[in-house]
Ligand binder design. Structure first.
Ligand SMILES: NC(=O)c1ccc[n+]([C@@H]2O[C@H](COP(=O)([O-])OP(=O)(O)OC[C@H]3O[C@@H](n4cnc5c(N)ncnc54)[C@H](O)[C@@H]3O)[C@@H](O)[C@H]2O)c1
Length: 437
């Protein structure tokens, strides 16, 4: 990535396209509409409420991030997307039961006007859903063309200057890259030949990158993290990021684990379980779909605790993650963690975490930040993987030779230092020697 000398100023409208318009997507859109009317606060969104320290601690310079870098303002954002069900955003938000009727009422007309475009969908990747609002085409290549036409039409009809996309669709079954994912040519051939290892989500990513639309992957799906998509994004100058929004239990894990590791507290086991009753929970009830999520959730401790380098502390670590579909809870997930830890001379201790969270409430600000930061990245001339956005993901994408940074505090520093670097401000190392000279 080259340090930008000239970041293009934002102008006109930014389209935010959401493949998959379920609970997260509609909570995000409804929240933005409420914020825009001054009826709610954008809690959790760095791009709206976050500040950034510049210079020395004694300088007293800590502007809002949105005043420091040139982000698209909320007033210039237009929402659209695709789903495999035809309900408008108001109906979906009402059925999702994340936001109360009193919050949805003032924005009902605006939400009703947001109707999903027909989705590109192969049910073998999400067996629990029987989509009725789906595109028909002879080949996957034709579907990509239809999606590209959707993007162009959306941008044209809404008078947008440019667009970004954030996948908020379902978690697909676990798949690994095959030969078809190895190069742009192989992938395009696979699209024409309906290769079964090209999943629905990959069609959206391919279409967006081809249209120069930056893309973030909010699910753990294999969507962008294979050589063909990485090459295409770099070749066409499109920023991409993923994957799997870091919200409830994994957010907690990447807050707690770095602290315990920093103090060399040992760990024998970490058992995590959740109950969740929304449609996401229903999809994840299928073992093939859960596997995709499980892989994404399991990676974090291995990297943070690094048992190979710290065998006495973490060599015997047993890490288990479960998700149980339990309809009565809806979106109000409950996540329990039991940590078996040990200290001085090996004496055992335990930590219990009971996080009564709200899945979509935690995910919505992430969608906003990703959309606005990816738009900034594009205007700054960045392309390919945006590792500085790891902060938002359970399984951050990195260059193939690197391990991902999972520690939330390192991720936060990386993000803020990238913003400083973009604006040619000194990076903050926290050395602090200068105050004692
Ligand atoms: N909420 C969180 O905290 C969180 C955290 C990490 C990841 N995620 C992921 O975000 C995604 C969205 O979560 P949600 O709670 O909104 O789920 P949801 O089930 O409410 O919404 C997903 C939507 O995607 C649609 N869909 C599925 N396949 C599609 C396709 N091929 N094209 C277009 N639409 C498609 C479904 O019809 C549904 O409306 C899930 O993959 C979830 O695993 C959520």
């Amino acid at each position: 990535m080259k340090q930008p000398t000239n970041i293009q100023k934002h102008q006109g409208k930014l389209g935010i396209l959401l493949p998959g318009m379920g609970a997260v997507a509609t909570t995000f859109v409804a929240g933005c509409l409420l914020v825009r009317r001054g009826l709610a606060e954008p809690i959790g969104a760095l791009t709206q409420m976050g500040t950034i320290r510049l210079g020395k601690r004694t300088d007293g310079r800590a502007p809002l991030i949105k005043d420091f870098v040139d982000l698209a303002p909320m007033s210039d954002v237009v929402f659209g997307g695709w789903d495999i069900f035809p309900e408008d955003a108001f109906e979906v938000a009402t059925n999702a039961e994340v936001l109360e009727a009193k919050h949805l009422a003032p924005i009902e007309a605006e939400l009703r006007a947001i109707k999903p475009m027909k989705g590109a969908f192969f049910p073998e990747y999400v067996k629990r859903l029987n989509g009725t609002h789906v595109k028909q085409a002879a080949t996957k290549a034709d579907l990509v063309e239809q999606l590209r036409e959707d993007i162009r039409a959306f941008v044209r009809d809404n008078g947008c200057d440019r667009a970004v996309a954030v996948w908020c669709g379902s978690t697909e079954i676990y798949i690994e890259p095959t030969k078809v994912h190895e190069s742009i040519e192989a992938f395009e051939k696979g699209l024409r030949e309906n290769d079964p290892s090209i999943a629905s989500s990959q069609l959206y990513a391919w279409a967006c990158i081809k249209e120069g639309v930056p893309y973030a992957n909010g699910a753990p799906n294999l969507t962008l993290d294979f050589p063909a998509a990485l090459d295409l994004a770099r070749e066409l100058g499109v920023p991409i990021a993923g994957k799997d929004f870091k919200t409830g239990q994994t957010l907690m894990k990447t807050i707690l684990a770095p602290g315990l590791k920093a103090r060399l507290i040992g760990m024998k086991g970490w058992f995590s379980t959740n109950i969740l009753g929304n449609r996401d929970g229903e999809v994840l009830d299928d073992p093939d779909n859960f596997k995709t999520k499980e892989v994404s959730k399991l990676g974090v401790l291995e990297v943070i605790l690094d048992p190979k380098k710290n065998p006495a502390l973490y060599g015997d670590l047993y890490h288990k993650v479960r998700i149980e579909y339990y309809p009565p809870r809806g979106d109000a997930k409950e996540g329990w963690d039991n940590l078996d830890i040990f200290g001085w001379l090996g004496y055992p201790m335990q930590i219990k975490v009971d996080f009564l969270c709200r899945d979509s409430i935690l995910a919505a600000p992430i969608v906003l930040d990703l959309a606005l930061f990816l738009d900034l990245a594009k205007r700054a001339g960045f392309s390919g993987i945006q590792e500085w956005l790891s902060f938002y993901f359970k399984s951050p994408m990195t260059a193939p030779q690197l391990y991902p940074e999972h520690d939330l505090f390192i991720q936060s520093m990386k993000l803020k230092n990238t913003l400083r670097w973009m604006k040619n401000e000194p990076l903050i190392t926290h050395l602090g020697n200068e105050y004692y000279d």
